[in-house]
Design a protein around this ligand. Structure first.
Ligand code: NAP
Length: 296
């Protein structure tokens, strides 16, 4: 398949937060003309100053001329607001254009928005990401996509700008469902790691040395490699916020209620995260489960 000419493929990006800002920056760096919208206009102005392109005052104005429109906002409600709300992007999308949503949201909202897009004659892909702030800044995110293969193939070269892996997982919603699997995998693991490291400290071991040794064996994990040392040092003012994880686990638990899967550990860890929030840890990294053990 021939690659689109970036210079002739106008792109819009809605939501320039921790993730969206750098993702949009990688698309601009690849030569696509990018128009950005951000609810707080100052962030969009700063983005344009750094990366070029244009700022639009509303999602609709950003989407009007775009061949591919990206979004990366907080949750389902935010996503509905920027697509179907007042001055939402969907009213302005051109025929056969593509809307790619990078928000971590429910499979339900993806299905609703794909249906609304279909009625209006354009395409919707749910495309949540994994890899965190560092992955967004380095253009090394993993992207899990739900939707039809034809728009996926057309959007893929643009998604590639901020990704190291982009995979079509199945029909609409399959991207969000895959992201749920990712979050379920992480929740119990982080609690296990917290219990292990707290045990190591209380046993009088050199926790850094323990991490050096066991991270070369069967206990190895991304969380162990990237969070183990900061957990031991009680450092949590960075990373993936507990508020986001609770939002994600809420989505997972609701979906599990529908599909009949059991998530007993994820449900428990969600309650542990509620305790972290009650201590003021809303923006602490998810590895802060450790604090419930070190400071019960
Ligand atoms: N941070 C991570 O490590 C990470 C990793 C993977 C996935 N994610 C997911 O990626 C998404 C974005 O995360 P983030 O860390 O980039 O969050 P963030 O820094 O808080 O950015 C959120 C963005 O959404 C905008 N927004 C929120 N509500 C809105 C609304 N109702 N109308 C218009 N704009 C709205 C915000 O605008 P303002 O600037 O005006 O607030 C901001 O641009 C979330 O779904 C998150 O779960 C995050």
């Amino acid at each position: 398949m021939s690659q689109p000419d970036p210079a002739n493929t106008p792109v819009a990006f809605l939501g320039l937060g921790v993730m969206g800002g750098p993702m949009a920056g990688h698309i601009a760096a690849a030569g696509y003309p990018v128009t950005v919208y951000n609810r707080t206009a100052a962030k969009a102005d700063a983005w344009v100053e750094k990366h070029g392109g244009h700022r639009a005052p509303t999602p609709a104005a950003a989407a009007r001329e775009a061949a591919v429109v990206f979004s990366c906002v907080g949750n389902d409600d935010d996503l509905r607001a920027i697509t179907l709300g007042d001055d939402g992007a969907f009213a302005a999308m051109g025929a056969d254009t593509i809307f790619v949503d990078n928000t971590t949201a429910s499979a339900d909202v993806a299905r609703d928005l794909a249906a609304a897009a279909g009625e209006r004659g354009f395409h919707f892909l749910d495309a949540p990401v994994s890899g965190g702030q560092a992955g967004a800044e380095n253009g090394q995110l993993t992207v899990m996509v739900g939707g039809d293969s034809a728009p996926f193939e057309r959007a893929r070269p643009v998604i590639d700008c901020y990704a190291r892996a982009v995979t079509l997982m199945g029909p609409t919603g399959a991207g969000q469902l895959t992201k749920m699997v990712n979050q379920i995998s992480i929740a119990g693991l982080v609690q296990g790691l917290a219990e292990a490291l707290n045990f190591a400290v209380r046993a009088g071991l050199d926790a850094d040395l323990v991490l050096d040794v066991i991270s070369k064996g069967a206990a190895q994990s991304w969380q162990m490699e990237n969070r183990g040392r900061t957990m031991v040092r009680d450092e949590f003012e960075f990373g993936f916020a507990v508020d986001w994880m609770r939002k994600d686990l809420g989505i997972c638990l609701a979906e599990a209620n529908r599909n009949g899967s059991l998530l007993p550990v994820s449900a428990l860890v969600d309650q542990f995260y509620a305790s972290v929030q009650a201590r003021g840890g809303n923006r602490w990294d998810t590895s802060s489960l450790m604090r419930l053990l070190t400071m019960p």
